[in-house]
Write a protein that binds this ligand. Structure first.
Ligand code: NAD
Length: 264
């Protein structure tokens, strides 16, 4: 099956995009997808990009999304440098390997860390991004949720419920700002080939088992999530708001009653 090359045919010239957690993984693919389609992109991350240098259309601004002051200053700096903010992609989130335990075993510092980045971080960035979007009377906010927002797994007592809250954030904000020209949606990926998933492969039964849980027989690539984000941010998705899109190789439809695929 042909997979996307990463260059999606959308025209984003003249649009300003802010992506949190854009230094690696899905966020990086989203930054590169928008830059390749002509957008001016700001990547906000706690860590500097480690691999190849970022595209010249991507500006890196260091910041921690769990700190409201960082979120405010990154949004203000984006607007100051590029004259507005058209698209926010709330993507920065963590899932520490030590959080794969039952609830009574959860280390409170893991819980607080996930709560402050994965939930408060989305809230703070959206709150401050809405100010320029309301002035412009246009904007798109995309929250990266997860397949784990939709269904249970053993030993995911914190990450899953917080990801479900990310979907509800999209629904609440999407309804609240629908008449202001602002759309808000979330994307729920299946397992995607990034360091976040590689760090938890053992807890998920190993690479073969994880791939086999997806009816397409493999995990996804970051560019396949970026392609969905670019489409949702495009005028082609102008009637889509306050909802969630699962981009998961069929994982979500694969019921507990279904016969497991033979491992190849
Ligand atoms: N990889 C998957 O299989 C998968 C599946 C479902 C959902 N997701 C979601 O997709 C998003 C991206 O995941 P990924 O797999 O690319 O993760 P990743 O670990 O590869 O990248 C996350 C990025 O976020 C940055 N970051 C972490 N904390 C931050 C903070 N406080 N402020 C700013 N930046 C911060 C990291 O430095 C890193 O660059 C997350 O929201 C994750 O929950 C991933």
């Amino acid at each position: 099956m042909r997979r996307p090359s990463g260059s999606v045919n959308f025209d984003n010239h003249g649009r300003v995009v802010l992506v949190s957690g854009g230094a690696s993984g899905i966020g990086r693919a989203v930054c590169e997808g928008f830059a390749a389609s002509g957008a001016q992109v700001v990547c906000m991350d706690v860590a500097s990009p480690t691999s190849d240098p970022l595209d010249t259309r991507i500006t890196f601004l260091k910041g921690d999304t769990s700190q409201e002051s960082d979120c405010q200053s990154v949004v203000e700096e984006t607007v100051k440098r590029f004259g507005g903010l058209d698209i926010l992609v709330n993507n920065a989130a963590v899932q520490p390997p030590t959080s794969y335990v039952s609830l009574h075993q959860v280390d409170s510092s893991d819980w607080q860390r996930m709560l402050s980045i994965n939930l408060s971080g989305y809230h703070y960035l959206a709150k401050h991004a809405l100010r320029p979007m309301l002035e412009q009377r246009s904007g798109v906010i995309i929250n990266m949720a997860s397949g784990q927002a939709h269904r249970t797994a053993r030993q995911v007592p914190c990450y899953g419920p917080i990801k479900a809250a990310n979907i509800m954030q999209s629904m609440q904000w999407g309804v609240e700002y629908a008449r202001d020209g602002i759309r808000v949606v979330s994307v729920s990926p299946g397992a995607i080939n990034t360091s976040l998933v590689r760090a938890s492969l053992e807890a998920q039964g190993g690479p073969q088992k994880l791939a086999n849980r997806h009816p397409l027989g493999r995990i996804g690539e970051p560019e396949e999530i970026a392609a969905a984000v670019l489409w949702l941010a495009s005028p082609g998705a102008s009637f889509i708001t306050a909802t969630d899109l699962q981009v998961d190789g069929g994982l979500g439809a694969f019921g507990a009653f279904a016969e497991p695929y033979a491992e190849g």
